[in-house]
Write a protein that binds this ligand. Structure first.
Ligand SMILES: [Zn+2]
Length: 298
């Protein structure tokens, strides 16, 4: 049997999940604990440390730990920024985890981990350039080239959720107007429907009503698909990736792969659109797998 080699941790807002991957990539063990972010930063570092200790007992030769989490490390200060687990922001998460765990740690954005997992061992396997799109309560992305994450000198590569496609659009928390995230995330579509119809519905109900022919839901859903296509076309025109893999809670909406794709072909700078648009293979597990692949890349 192959020796355990890699440990990945997905540090999310509600749970911390860890995996041990064998040398040939199979999952040998998984552990999960609640994040309990209301207990504060030190608690999260300690909980992550304890979970990692357990996994290291199963993979004692592991030399580095990969950690995926929302947000990014500032290349200016080395501190966490943009995390929706707010108590992590402004803290030296890599340094504190390294001191607690006693091994080098590689911290990466969770959307980048998703892209890495799908590129190495998922729907983008075998392709040279893979763009992973996260479409859910937030909108993010990650870029993998030749099996390696490309995060860029400012650690913003792949953040397609915050390019503006409508300068008159709704305000985004990032300070811009009409960001992709402020227009096609689940909460954004729900807000657009509420404004139009006067009643609040969750995204899945809006999609169901659109399919059933309700006019307000159809209008909100069509706008969603059109804007998805526009945002995707911008991405494809700039990068021309070999494969785009969709992840996140909205990636199971079938219409993205035909109507959304057709919208992208209207806006892309080409007379055809050949870029494969694929469903993810790993679902919710992509983040923790990608984190483990980070540790293998060191
Ligand atoms: Zn924004």
């Amino acid at each position: 049997m192959a020796a355990p080699a890699r440990i990945g941790i997905d540090l999310g807002g509600t749970k911390i999940e860890g995996v041990v991957l064998g040398a040939d990539g199979q999952s040998l063990a998984r552990r999960r604990v609640p994040t309990e972010q209301q207990r504060g930063y030190e608690h999260i570092v300690e909980a992550t440390g304890r979970l990692t200790d357990e996994l290291r007992a199963l993979a004692p030769q592991c030399e580095a730990i990969g950690i995926g989490t929302p947000g990014a490390i500032s290349s200016r200060t080395g501190l966490m920024k943009n995390s929706n687990t707010a108590c992590l922001n402004g803290r030296d998460l890599p340094g504190d985890l390294r001191r607690r765990i006693g091994l080098p740690v590689i911290v990466e954005n969770d959307a980048n981990c998703f892209a890495l997992a799908e590129a190495i061992d998922g729907a983008g396997r075998g392709a040279r350039m893979v763009f992973g799109v996260i479409l859910g309560t937030g909108v993010g992305g990650g870029l993998v080239i030749d099996g390696r994450l490309w995060s860029g000198p400012q650690h913003i590569a792949g953040e397609w959720g915050h390019h503006s496609i409508d300068p008159n659009g709704p305000e985004c928390y990032c300070g811009q107007r009409g960001c992709v995230e402020s227009l096609i995330s689940g909460p954004a579509v729900e807000a657009a429907y509420r404004q139009r119809a006067g009643t609040a519905l969750p995204m899945d109900a809006i999609v169901a009503r659109a399919r059933a022919g309700e006019a307000d839901a159809r209008a909100a859903f069509d706008a969603f698909l059109d804007r998805f296509g526009r945002a995707l076309a911008n991405l494809i025109t700039i990068l021309d990736p070999d494969v785009i893999v969709l992840g996140g809670g909205l990636s199971n909406i079938d219409e993205l792969y035909d109507d959304g794709r057709a919208a992208a072909s209207r806006y892309v700078f080409n007379d055809e659109l050949r870029t494969p648009l694929r469903r993810n293979r790993h679902g919710d597990s992509a983040g923790v797998l990608g984190a483990a692949f980070l540790s293998g890349a060191s």
